[in-house]
Design a protein around this ligand. Structure first.
Ligand code: G3H
Length: 255
């Protein structure tokens, strides 16, 4: 059924937690690729989880992409004022306004009754230009906040899909695939064991900092993302994964 195997969900969550060895798994019944309600449901789950776990004066990071856009849509404003700041975790990935981490951070900050900061960096800047950007006062302030980030809500992508979305050259995409890249998160590309294969140069949260965060909420579904989820789950155990039934099944098939 489009609602999936409801009874089997808790068991599957338990199995998946053992396999991925992360803090918590929440599975939304059904298949995200076939039913758009599943993505909305994952967004609603994220909304609840986020509000339950928010600390006072917390800095919350968020990434871009279609999943995070859905999350921001499903976060409900409850007229509470919260002393939290939302910030994009990384700068300048992608061109569409709706799926930009800046737009998503702004929406989330407003809906949580908190504030937000932006981080504008154009795609594909050279290293020298990035260095100069870091001298800008506004960018500096955002970078300091990123250093104080406690919670990160993030999307997980397939390496090939994300490489195409970023308009990388065909040679670059081939090289990434040959190097075993199956996952992308925050502009970093990983093989299935979680080894970093390549990084899309930008500013923001470093991989080292990502690995040290103590509250990660990863949201990703669809069976095509199974390997990507496995890869990213190896990076930091302090992670709650919100996924769908189809990805969960596929992961359990693979491992
Ligand atoms: O930055 C994007 C994520 O890694 C995945 O994007 O939610 O559109 O699949 P998505």
């Amino acid at each position: 059924s489009i609602y999936g195997n409801l009874k089997g969900i808790p068991k599957m969550e338990e199995r998946l937690k053992e396999v991925l060895k992360i803090r918590k798994i929440i599975i939304s019944p059904g298949n995200l690729s076939e039913n758009s309600m599943v993505l909305k449901d994952m967004g609603k789950i994220t909304n609840r989880l986020l509000k339950e776990s928010l600390l006072a004066k917390e800095v919350i990071g968020i990434t871009g992409g279609s999943t995070m856009a859905a999350v921001a849509d499903e976060v409900t404003s409850d007229n509470k004022i919260r002393d939290v700041i939302v910030i994009p975790a990384r700068g300048g990935l992608g061109r569409e306004v709706e799926t930009q981490s800046n737009s998503i951070a702004a929406k989330l900050g407003q809906k949580l009754g908190g504030s937000y900061r932006l981080l504008y960096v154009p795609d594909g800047l050279e290293e020298k230009a990035l260095e100069l950007m870091l001298k800008n006062e506004e960018v500096k302030e955002s970078m300091e906040l990123i250093d104080n980030m406690n919670t990160l809500v993030f999307g997980i992508g397939r390496a090939d899909t994300m490489a195409k979305r970023r308009n990388l050259s065909e040679e670059k995409i081939d090289a990434l695939i040959k190097a075993g890249a199956v996952a992308e998160a925050l502009g970093h590309y990983f093989d299935i064991k979680g080894n970093e294969v390549w990084e899309f140069k930008t500013i923001g949260l470093s991989l080292g900092k990502f690995k040290a965060l103590n509250n990660l909420i990863g949201v990703a579904g669809g069976e095509e993302k199974a390997e990507s989820i496995i890869a990213v789950s190896t990076l930091n155990q302090n992670m709650t994964l919100i996924t769908d039934e189809s990805a969960a099944k596929k992961i359990l098939d693979i491992v």
